[in-house]
Design a protein around this ligand. Structure first.
Ligand code: AMP
Ligand code: MG
Length: 281
């Protein structure tokens, strides 16, 4: 069984987050020495694989005009580890072949458009790996919990999101959606660490405590969004994220397996190599 089979929310099934232990480490190989040190060493090896896959994606688009591209969507509660995952997993790849976009509170201009407008503009172009740190899913999460729009509006968005993602997938975008699943206790620990460390105060937002009080509402909103929007074209995966080493290993493995499926190769020379060697002298 691949890690994707272990962590996927199977399309058409209900995502029950309360049954997934945020402190768990599902899908690890079964041998004794699997621990944090093992995870970090594996991540180094996975990083090299990701860099090579990304280079092949980039080169193929450049030489053949292929439209293939990859999008990794990261969602999580505050302190869930989105930033750390970007640094540790996306950080293994060449910045020239990727775009990382974070989505915050929509601007006036963004609010004047449909919720998918700013998303569409930020999608990776051919040959690129894109990473979304938060995404259009905020429009069925925070928008629902804070009643920013009427119920019928966010409900209708599930279908719009599925149609949007299916259209992108049909046009050559491979979509990997990952929810980093932390516990309420782990969030407390991480918020306390931020408060205790002046070099992390910039990451702290007093508003996070207000959001924390709405934990149950957010878990329900996540459960519904993952259930409604895990599709064959763009499935959702839930990664237990209380242990950072497991989280990084799992996201890197999901991305590696997803990109390996694309069967990416270095494009062959479209010139005669012997002739060019001779010309070079
Ligand atoms: P951070 O990720 O810490 O920079 O925080 C970004 C904030 O923007 C979070 O509180 C998100 O809930 C909020 N946000 C992101 N997208 C939306 C959206 N579509 N509507 C409302 N708030 C959003
Ligand atoms: Mg924050």
């Amino acid at each position: 069984m691949s890690l994707r089979d272990v962590l996927r929310i199977d399309p058409g099934t209900r995502a029950d987050l309360s049954s997934i232990d945020p402190g768990g480490t599902p899908g690890l190989p079964r041998h004794k020495s699997v621990d944090k040190r093992w995870g970090r060493a594996q991540l180094d090896a996975l990083g090299l694989e990701l860099a090579s896959l990304q280079e092949r994606l980039f080169a193929t688009a450049k030489i053949t005009g292929s439209r293939r591209r990859v999008l990794l969507v990261l969602q999580a509660m505050d302190c869930g580890g989105k930033d750390g995952t970007v640094r540790k997993v996306a950080g293994t790849m060449n910045p020239q072949g990727m775009t990382v976009v974070g989505f915050g509170k929509p601007t006036e201009e963004e609010l004047a458009h449909d919720f998918l407008w700013r998303i569409t503009r930020a999608l990776p172009v051919a040959g690129q790996v894109g990473v979304f740190n938060r995404s259009h899913y905020e429009d069925v999460l925070v928008a629902r919990v804070h009643k920013l729009v009427p119920v019928r509006t966010w409900r209708a968005r599930y279908r719009k999101i599925n149609d949007f993602e299916a259209a992108q997938a049909a046009d050559g975008m491979t979509i990997l959606k990952v929810m980093l699943h932390i516990s309420l206790d782990e969030q407390h620990k991480r918020l306390a660490e931020r408060l205790a460390d002046p070099t992390r105060h910039w990451k702290y937002n007093p508003h996070d405590i207000d959001e924390r009080a709405l934990w149950g509402d957010y878990q329900a909103a996540y459960g519904d969004a993952l259930s409604a929007c895990s599709t064959a074209a763009a499935p959702w995966f839930v990664v237990p994220a209380d242990r950072k080493w497991y989280r990084d290993w799992a996201v890197a493995t999901l991305l590696r397996d997803t990109m390996a499926d694309l069967d990416l190769h270095y494009p062959p020379a479209d010139f005669d190599v012997a002739t060019e060697r001779a010309r070079l002298g």
